[in-house]
Design a protein around this ligand. Sequence first.
Ligand code: CP
Ligand code: NVA
Length: 303
Amino acid sequence: MKHLLKMMDLSTEEIIEILNLADQLKYELKHGIPHDHLKGKTLGMIFRKASTRTRVSFETGMYQLGGNPLYLSASDMQIGRGEPIQDTARVLSRYIDGIMIRTFDQAEVENLAEYGNIPIINGLTDLSHPCQVLADLMTIREYKGKLDGLKMCYIGDGNNMANSLIVGGLKTGMSVSVACPENYHPAATTLAFAKKYDCFELTDDPIKAAKDADVIFTDVWASMGQEGEAEIRKKAFKGFQINDEVMAVAKPDAMVQHCLPAHREEEITAKVFEEHANEIFDEAENRLHAQKAVMVLLMGNKD
Ligand code: CP
Ligand code: NVA
């Protein structure tokens, strides 16, 4: 594993290795056991989009590992004025030890990896959100004790979260049922991968997708960059909501996960959100632990 560009690039073994190390680092943090595996290392964090969780968890995680996080707003960098990402990759590779980038186009992340010679971590693109899904898998495993054999359901937009959840769920042995409106399906590359699995289902019926699910996911109807489509999307996604009717057909002990930020009464009711708030905020916390594992494996010498 040289980079974390998308879930599709990770093998099942690599995902499990990350989750196991994340569990260990979480234990060490909670028990005051030092784990400064990235002493003297610097992570550059390039943001072309807003963030609360990704920025703060990477920054804090880097400090906890003994390293130095460097926040780089794209609008303050020369890439914001058109400097090619290929040149940015080659310059930053001379100064720092790794780059986390949050941007629009997946190609920008792939280009950084191709032209630089330091590890690149995808902190969200329009196509994928691997750091979030590693935290999600970690949280499901904490609550359910396993991943293999569980049923994951995703209801809503076939966006970056849907793409990464489908791949991450299938690779870890889960069956995955996705309910999206017809014009909002996951990416063609995701569907091509998923269709090889008998345990994958794509439907426009949220109740069908949620039936007997162990964990139910949703995400915003309008992602970052789609603000202008918010009203059209509100109409298109009507009915694609996690609510009591959906929860009633899932397993009685089904979890709910949401990467956050959440829009109450749009993709999830306030009632269901609050009933599952512990699981959702554990999921947010696990961003920290899962990303620390990714950084140690990519940038560090773990003794
Ligand atoms: N879930 C997530 O990535 O949150 P932020 O946009 O706040 O980083
Ligand atoms: N799909 C959302 C996820 C936010 C963490 C977005 O891209 O805005």
